[in-house]
Structure formats: structure tokens, C-alpha cells
Write a protein that binds this ligand. Structure first.
Ligand code: CUK
Ligand code: CUA
Length: 629
């Protein structure tokens, strides 16, 4: 028996065991199970196989995962990091939400980063995607959209914190988001989903649907400012980029411009919009744009007939848009059609030169099952499409689908695997890059139903890990998740270089340190109270288990800013600053400076304490704020 055979055997036993437990009849690979296994037998077998298997999902205590997975937290507004294949949750990165552990949304630093939307406490994150160089992850940034408040944020992967956030003007609901893959991520691309009047000032044309538009948005990845927007016909849903640095493509599900469900699904065909990057950049340079709503963001006209875009009709309300890692195809997922549409990227030059018709760019339209939403790829020419209504993943071969489209009698479907239940996105290891390695597939299921202990009316989602290294997909892990991962991306750990300590004077808190310098305070050596009218700035160092100040004094009604610098040089020694009864708390990582501002509106003694367990004398790490009435 080869290692791979043993691994497969283990997985089949695990599947069979679980299905039996839940009394399911649909037994995949039942022939492999001779007799019921006891838990102890299974555990010892799983362990033995895990140590020998080539692609085992079992990560022993103390062992490290091979991949980082970045998960969107959906309407929790955050981003999460999971280890793959263990599926252990390693970290949460608050982005559009507010977080009392780290003080995200409460600290001065996070409010500055959130900028014009600092007052918003909620968000809906969907699509986390990492910056790339030559079509490969470069470990630098992860970008994420906020559908709820039309924002895009960036996470710095050295510190794993959000360091930039912008609100996109002229649009509502930023949905699909990806990055330019080649030659590098100069641009982040994202779709404005909900169509609105171009000048949305409430004065005119609010009810005249003909004036509604949806925009494609191109953001400079370094400055996080909008480079330009492109007006389209219909609305936009998901998007992706090619591997040549030439084209972006977006799905449109409401070409009708309907304002209610019935109106939105009347047309048999909607479309994919393809954008020519070179033509768009040239148009911006030539000044061929307009501006709206009193801002100066260039808006290009990419509606039907424009030289900037091409519209490729595809069946009914397409959803996901995925580029194959060999750079040959854009795949639009049919949603209301049981098909996906394969667009030849090579043919787009001819399409833009008007040498072929839009539908000529479609070179396959395989029928896969009900409700295809998103497609992922391995490195062997196979694609994996989620079937929302069928609760399955369809594995199909792209070249065979093309052959079938050309009239050849071939079966392009390789396998259908039950998932639990109703999958949305799926994602393969490095599958949106040239490094696609065909090892793991995540199915992000919208319902978990009977898969976990019941926890009240609200249930977790279920992110399932599937081994795709062999000929057959094997389900190996159920991963309950909190509302609601839409998408994830999987990057090999060799690409990542997270820091262990904060760099002194890091840009994340540079403004805070600049203020300290103006106040004549060296945050790395001094603890000091500076009064500036009704404003009081309290600088203190922290070294476990001491704050630099065991007390400080302010007057009732003062606006107090507490600035704490963690001087500990020891990895993993984070301190906190929490002021009782004031809603004030924050994280201060080793060598970091963090600040938080509040009003001293309660007289008398107010204790503050360290709320990250940092030392045997952590409980004693506290001090008093005296508030004089
Ligand atoms: S969307 Cu949620 S399942 Cu926002 Cu990418 Cu498709
Ligand atoms: Cu410092 Cu607990």
C-alpha cells in the first residue's frame, strides 16, 4: 500500500463513520468499511496514517500548518487567519468591525486608519485577496471589501493589522474584489454592486431608473486611492484579473436594471464585462472622463459601445468570476443556469479589435449541476465548481469541456462530492495564482444543519476541508465558523514573513509618536503627563508587570489621551490598557505604542489595569486615575 492509498483509506473510514453516526444512507466509499470502528481504533489508525500520509489533514499538537488561510468574516466585519490543513483558527484581524480585545475602532490609531468612516461600527467583509508579483502571492498585503459601507481595506501582512481603509465614492455596496496579478499588484479591482443615480444628491432623478449606474473601481494598491472608475451597463457582481496584465472581467447579474427580484431575473442572458486596462489608463491620461458628486475621481464611460470594454452575453445571472491558473480562461459561474461559461482570454485581443463577436470568445459552456456559484482550480487542468442548490462540488476537466463544446463525445465531469450544505465560494491551495498545487480545497458551506451540536436557532456555517491530491476528492474536516465567511484564500507559509515584535516608530503609530515628540516626550524612555488646555496626554511605558505610572491626575471633563508604549522585548508579551467603567481598552504589542482618547466624566478614583495576562503579577499591574471634581 502506498502512502497515498493509506491516506485515502483513512479518509473513507472517517467519512463512513460520520455518515453512519448521523444515520445517512448516502455512503460514499462504503466498500472500504468492513466493520464499525471504535473511537479508539479510529484514533490510533488516524494517527498512524497521518504520520505516513503524503497529504494528511492531521497536524499534531506543536506541529505547524503548511498553509495560511485568510478568511473573510462576512457580516462580522473581520478577517480571520486559519492554519491549513488543521483548520485551527490562529488569529482574528478586526477590520470593519469594532473589537474590544485589540481596541480596534476604539484606539486613536485605528480611528485614523478608518478615517472618514471611523464612526461606523459595522461591516460586511466578503473577499480577502493577497497582493501578487508575477502571478504569485508576495506576502505583502491582503485586501478586503466591505459590501455594507462601500469600503476597501488593506491588511499589512508583516503585522497582520489593517493599515489603510477607504470609502469608495459614487457607488453603493462594494462586492467582488481581486487584485491585478501581473506584472504585480499595482491595482486592486472591485465592483460597485448596487446601481444608483450618478449624482446621488436626492434632488433629481431618484426614481428614474434610467439614470442609475454601477461602476467598476480601480484602486492604487500602494496609496489606497482610487485611480479611476468605469461606468457600465447593468450592475456588477464578482471580478478577476488575467495573467497578462491586460484584462479584468466582471460578472453582471442584473442587466435588466430591475428594482425587484422579479424584474432582475427576466432576461435569459446577462453578461460578463471585460475591461481593457491599457485603454482605460490611456483614457484617463487623455482626460476622457467626467466627475460626479463633487469629488475629483475620474469616471470613464465603459457602457456598451465603448472602446474600453466588451460585453460577452452569458446565461442567466452569473455570479463568480475565476481565472484559471494557467492564464487561459475566465470562468463565469451561471448561478440560475446549470452551466459555467469558459471565456478564452487569448481571444480577447481579437474581440477588442472587433475581429470576432462577443459570444465567439466563449469556448465551452459545460453543464455541471444546479446553482454553480464559484470555481477553483488545481494544477492538473481540473476545475471545482460549487453547486449551491445541489449541495455538491463538481470536479470537471476544462480541456474535456472544451472538446465537448466542439462536439466531441467526452465526459468532462470527473466527480461530484456531497458537501454540507449549500456551498458558496470554494478555494484551492494557491489556486488563484501560478503556484496552484492541487492539494487542498475548502468548501465554504452556508448551512451546517446537523453537522454540529445544536447551539440555538443561529447555527455556524461549515467550512469543509477536502483533499484533492488524489484522483478523487476526499472530505477530511468539518470546520464550524461564525457569520459568515464568503471567501478565503490559501497561501503557502514560505511566502509569509510576519514580525515577532513591532518595529519602533512603525507607520501604524507614527502620528502618535510625532505628537509625543512635539510634547517633548521620548515614549521609549519616559512616562509623563502633558496638559494642553482641557486636553491631557498621559504617556506611560509598560514592562511586565508594571505601568510607568501607578497614578495620574486629571480634572473632571478633561479630554484624556492615554498613550502606552510596551517596552517588553519578549515575543508574545502583549499588555493591555483597560480603564474601568469607561469603555476604554486596547492591546499594546511588544515594542508597540498605542493610544486611546476618552472624556474623564466620572469624579474620584478610577482604576486602570492590564487586561492581557502577561506575568505572574499581572493582576497587580494596575494604577489609579484621580479625577478632581
Ligand atoms: S459572494 Cu458570497 S457566496 Cu460576496 Cu463572493 Cu459568492
Ligand atoms: Cu501586563 Cu497583564
Amino acid at each position: 500500500m502506498s502512502n497515498e492509498d493509506k491516506s485515502s483509506n483513512k479518509v473513507e473510514l472517517e467519512n463512513a463513520d460520520r455518515r453512519k453516526f448521523f444515520g445517512k444512507t448516502a455512503l460514499l466509499g462504503a466498500g472500504a468499511v468492513a466493520a464499525p470502528m471504535t473511537a479508539a481504533m479510529f484514533a490510533s489508525m488516524a494517527k498512524a496514517n497521518a504520520s505516513e500520509a503524503g497529504n494528511s489533514a492531521f497536524v499534531h499538537p506543536g506541529d505547524l500548518d503548511e498553509y495560511y488561510g485568510f478568511w473573510s468574516g462576512g457580516h462580522s466585519g473581520e478577517v480571520r487567519i486559519l492554519g491549513i490543513p488543521s483548520m485551527r483558527e490562529l488569529m482574528r484581524i478586526p477590520v470593519f468591525n469594532t473589537d474590544s480585545a485589540t481596541g480596534w475602532g476604539l484606539t486613536d490609531e485605528s480611528k485614523r486608519i478608518k478615517g472618514d468612516s471611523a464612526h461606523l461600527l459595522a461591516g460586511d467583509s466578503h473577499h480577502p485577496h493577497m497582493s501578487m508579483t508575477d502571478g504569485r502571492y508576495n506576502g505583502k498585503y491582503v485586501f478586503i471589501n466591505d459590501k455594507a459601507n462601500s469600503r476597501v481595506a488593506r491588511i499589512r501582512c508583516d503585522i497582520m493589522k489593517c493599515d489603510k481603509m477607504i470609502t469608495i465614492p459614487n457607488v453603493q455596496a462594494i462586492h467582488g474584489l481581486r487584485v491585478q496579478k501581473v506584472p504585480h499588484t499595482k491595482y486592486v479591482i472591485c465592483n460597485g454592486e448596487f446601481e444608483i443615480p450618478m449624482n446621488n444628491d436626492g434632488k433629481s432623478s431618484m426614481r428614474d431608473v434610467d439614470t442609475y449606474r454601477s461602476l467598476f473601481n480601480v484602486i492604487d494598491a500602494e496609496t489606497m486611492e482610487i485611480a479611476f472608475q468605469v461606468m457600465v451597463d447593468g450592475n456588477l457582481d464578482n471580478t478577476d484579473a488575467d495573467y497578462d496584465g491586460k484584462y479584468f472581467a466582471s460578472t453582471c447579474y442584473n442587466s435588466e436594471m430591475g428594482m425587484n427580484l422579479g424584474e432582475m431575473i427576466t432576461a435569459e442572458r446577462d453578461h460578463v464585462v471585460v475591461f481593457s486596462l491599457a485603454r482605460c489608463e490611456a483614457a484617463v491620461k487623455a482626460g476622457k472622463f467626467k466627475t460626479y458628486n463633487g469629488n475629483n475621481v475620474p469616471v470613464l464611460d465603459g457602457r456598451k459601445g465603448s472602446e474600453l470594454t466588451r460585453y460577452i452575453p452569458v446565461p442567466k445571472s452569473p455570479h463568480g468570476m475565476n481565472t484559471s491558473p494557467n492564464g487561459k480562461y475566465f470562468v463565469a459561474n451561471g448561478k440560475l443556469s446549470p452551466t459555467v461559461s469558459v471565456i478564452s482570454i487569448k481571444k480577447l485581443d481579437a474581440l477588442f479589435a472587433n475581429k470576432i463577436k462577443p459570444r465567439d470568445a466563449i469556448i465551452a459552456e459545460p453543464e455541471l449541476g444546479l446553482g454553480p456559484l464559484h470555481t477553483a482550480f488545481d494544477n492538473k487542468g481540473n476545475a471545482y465548481t460549487t453547486l449551491f442548490l445541489d449541495s455538491q462540488i463538481a470536479k470537471w476537466n476544462v480541456e474535456d469541456a472544451i472538446a465537448a463544446h466542439n462536439g466531441k463525445k467526452v465526459n468532462y465531469i470527473r466527480q461530484k462530492l456531497d458537501v454540507h450544505y449549500q456551498p458558496g465560494h470554494n478555494h484551492t491551495s494557491a489556486g488563484e495564482t501560478r503556484d496552484a498545487d492541487g492539494k487542498w480545497l475548502i468548501s465554504l458551506c452556508k448551512f451546517s444543519k446537523d453537522r454540529f451540536l445544536p447551539v440555538g436557532p443561529l447555527r455556524p456555517e461549515n467550512d469543509q476541508l477536502i483533499d484533492i491530491s488524489g484522483d478523487e476528492m476526499k472530505l477530511v474536516h468539518d470546520g464550524p465558523t461564525y457569520a459568515e465567511p464568503h471567501d478565503c484564500m490559501i497561501v503557502h507559509r514560505s511566502k509569509m514573513k510576519p514580525l515577532k515584535l513591532w518595529p519602533r516608530n512603525d507607520p501604524f503609530f507614527a502620528e502618535t509618536i510625532a505628537q509625543a515628540k512635539k510634547d517633548g516626550v521620548d515614549v521609549y524612555t519616559q512616562s509623563k503627563v502633558i496638559r494642553d488646555g482641557k486636553k491631557v496626554r498621559v504617556y506611560m511605558t509598560s514592562v511586565a508587570p508594571n505601568f510607568g505610572l501607578t497614578d495620574f491626575t486629571v480634572k473632571l471633563g478633561d479630554e484624556v489621551t492615554v498613550i502606552v508604549t510596551n517596552l517588553d522585548q519578549v515575543e508574545d508579551v502583549t499588555h493591555g490598557f483597560c480603564l474601568t467603567n469607561h469603555g476604554v481598552q486596547m492591546e499594546i504589542g511588544p515594542q508597540a505604542t498605542a493610544s486611546i482618547t476618552f472624556t474623564a466624566d466620572k469624579p474620584g478614583v478610577q482604576w486602570y489595569y492590564c487586561n492581557w495576562f502577561c506575568h505572574a503579577l499581572h493582576m497587580e499591574m494596575r494604577g489609579r486615575m484621580f479625577v478632581e471634581a
